[in-house]
Design a protein around this ligand. Structure first.
Ligand code: ADP
Ligand code: MG
Length: 619
């Protein structure tokens, strides 16, 4: 009999654990559910306590309506909700909850203790559950509201517990959720504590103040207010001035009816409004709040996803774009920004001109600026630093040792963006008379060799050289640091601070020095030698932005990112005029690099054209 039986009904506990996987992916999802429940309960003050990024404890205390003794138990049953009675309610859902799955799911994968009391009740209740089973239930004295503690998340599912990322990463997810919720409800009071430390203490305030409370002074004076009435509802909020645009990690938020959403399509509408005001790869911060009739949106695409569909997205798109554009125009955000010159688009030497492309912004550059100067800093530097070699060559003539270092045949592999060349090697003879290098448009170094013509992107070429030098130094634990006369201050949001601490050691290894300057602020007191006049704070932020692309990356990758961002910041820019000697030195240095094909960020260093290709073109 039992031999014929393959199908079994899953025990309820197991079924709940599986269902829980959909709702409770990580500690941050628990925080989200509990805080949203607190908001739905009409709370005005919500305190969040986290231990060990939520592994050990997630506790949310609110002053909302509380629950009766019966409800305190019922709340944990699957599909128990006070928020939907009929199926139609689903479409008019203006609360946060999603169909009574959260508490049941959380209780299935943790130890939960709930204390709750309604205003009208004398006594409150305390309910304890473990792995989905009710363990105790008693009446207790407590204040009005709900206090729920979730301990040892995934204690009964080791596989899931193992699947959690580092504490930094999990806590960053929590911070993200808290940012989203607190921005959506600026009039509510919130606090967030991690391992006993206060991370946020947010008093009731207006949206603008809340944005500044969360993201600090760096957005102060850079936000423009947006407001428009449409047939579909109101759109209000703030957008950043073009000057506030950054390449990575811009704070961009959409909210619909006090709920954070992601909306790539509307994001495009806003990005369009900034067109030609900011470089195409930059992003401006925005905080946009939609207030629409609940019936006009569909929030239930997936309960844990933050996607929302609007009834008439196509109609909102142009309105949104126009209102942002108009706001930017009104504020006189005329495109006077100093375009980033460090990585001007690389235009291959042979390409049919595309006139519809926006013109590359003209770069203003200071001709007296000398990136090769040693900034008055003296130290024993390794002689492989080409800037020094250049200076020595210029003043003393070439010394024998260096000449040796560069002698002998060496080859560069051809970058295969060219049509035919494949794996053939390009030789660049060392003696000057064998090849000529000229600068073109103050952007490219064109080297004429026996094998053909190579057009190097000067910034990327230099960045590659510096990148390998920085990496070598970090590996050898050689720190070349230059004290800053006027320390620069870095102010971080809680989330940025957690990113920063993750990569701080690597930044120090490359030559930075930091001193604490308040809870989440630091002074940069020294910078890596070679960074020159580049903005050190930006260099740090660039590194963090790279880290954000994969917060689980190991130390080796982090080292590379640090070297990459510092190299790209230090490298000569487009617009910098180069002497023949400088160009030659760079090409020689490149020949000693491990990779002579790509820039540290993976872009092509050069465009190559060999004789056959030229002959083919001229047929
Ligand atoms: P949902 O939020 O979708 O209704 P949950 O599982 O999150 O489902 O919560 C179940 C029910 O428990 C809610 O509908 C609500 O009645 C009650 N509840 C949960 N948290 C609170 C709270 N902090 N204060 C008051 N009631 C709560
Ligand atoms: Mg809920």
């Amino acid at each position: 009999m039992s031999d014929n039986r393959c199908i079994q009904v899953l025990p309820e506990v197991v079924a709940n654990q599986i269902a829980a996987g959909e709702v409770v992916q990580r500690p941050a999802s628990v925080v989200k559910e509990l805080v949203e429940n607190a908001i739905d309960a009409g709370s005005t003050q919500i305190d969040i306590h986290i231990k060990d990024a939520g592994r050990t404890l997630i506790q949310v205390i609110d002053n909302g309506i509380g629950m009766s003794a019966d409800d305190a138990v019922t709340a944990f049953l699957p599909h128990a909700t006070s928020k939907i009675r009929k199926a139609e309610d689903l479409f008019a859902l203006s609360t946060m909850g999603f169909r009574g799955e959260a508490l049941a799911s959380i209780a299935a994968v943790a130890h939960v203790e709930l204390r709750t009391k309604r205003q009208q009740d004398e006594l409150g209740s305390c309910v304890c559950l473990s792995g989905g089973t009710l363990e105790s239930q008693e009446l207790i004295g407590c204040s009005k509201g709900t206090n729920i503690a979730v301990r040892d998340l995934f204690y009964n599912i080791p596989a899931r517990r193992k699947f959690l990322k580092s504490n930094e990463s999990e806590f960053r997810n929590i911070l993200q959720v808290v940012e989203q919720i607190t921005l959506a409800h600026p009039t509510l009071q919130f606090s967030l504590h991690h391992n006993g430390q206060v991370i946020y203490q947010l008093m009731p305030e207006n949206t603008h103040q809340r944005i500044l409370s969360l993201f600090g002074k760096k957005l102060d004076g850079k936000l423009l207010s947006v407001q428009v009435e449409t047939i579909l509802g109101t759109i209000t909020g703030y957008v950043g001035t073009p000057e506030s645009a950054i390449k990575r990690g811009a704070t961009q938020f959409f909210f619909v009816n006090h709920r954070y959403i992601q909306h790539p399509y509307f994001n495009k509408a806003i990005q369009m409004a900034y067109e030609k005001l900011i470089p195409s790869d930059a992003r401006a911060p925005y905080f946009i709040y939609f207030d629409v009739e609940p019936g006009k949106i569909d929030v239930n695409i997936h309960p844990t996803k933050t996607e929302v569909r609007f009834e008439d997205e196509k109609a909102i798109f142009p309105i949104l774009s126009a209102v942002v554009r108009e706001t930017l125009g009104k504020s006189n955000s005329i495109p006077t920004i100093d375009f980033d010159q460090d990585d001007a688009p690389f235009i291959p030497a042979i390409q049919t001109a595309n006139t519809s492309q926006p013109q590359t912004p003209r770069v203003t550059f200071d001709p007296s600026y000398n990136p090769f100067k040693s900034s008055g800093y003296t130290s024993k530097k390794p002689s492989d630093h080409w800037e020094d070699l250049y200076q020595q060559k210029e003043s003393n003539g070439v010394n024998k040792a260096e000449e040796d270092a560069f002698s002998g045949p060496f080859s560069l592999s051809v970058n295969n963006t060219s049509t035919s060349s494949g794996t053939e090697k390009w030789e660049i003879p060392t003696e000057t008379e064998n090849y000529k290098a000229v600068q073109w448009k103050r952007k490219y170094i064109v080297a004429f060799t026996q094998q053909g013509i190579k057009v190097y992107h000067q910034h990327r070429l230099h960045a590659r050289i510096l990148f390998e030098q920085y990496l070598k130094r970090m590996e050898k634990a050689e720190r070349y640091s230059m004290p800053l006369l006027f320390p620069e201050v870095l102010e971080f949001s809680a989330q940025e601070n957690s990113l920063f601490t993750q990569v701080q050691d690597e930044l120090v290894a490359i030559g930075f020095a930091f001193e604490p300057f308040g809870k989440t602020a630091y002074q940069i007191t020294a910078i890596p030698e070679g960074l020159g006049d580049s903005n050190p704070a930006e260099a740090v932020l660039d590194t963090m932005a790279l880290l954000q692309t994969d917060v689980t990356a190991g130390k080796q990758q982090q080292k590379q990112w640090v070297a990459q961002s510092i190299a790209e910041k230090s490298a000569i820019k487009a617009g910098k005029e180069l002497t023949a000697m400088e160009m030659q030195l760079m090409l020689e240095q490149l020949a000693t690099c491990q990779d002579a094909t790509y820039s540290p960020s993976g872009k092509a260093l050069a465009y190559c054209l060999n004789e056959t290709e030229i002959e083919n073109k001229l047929k």
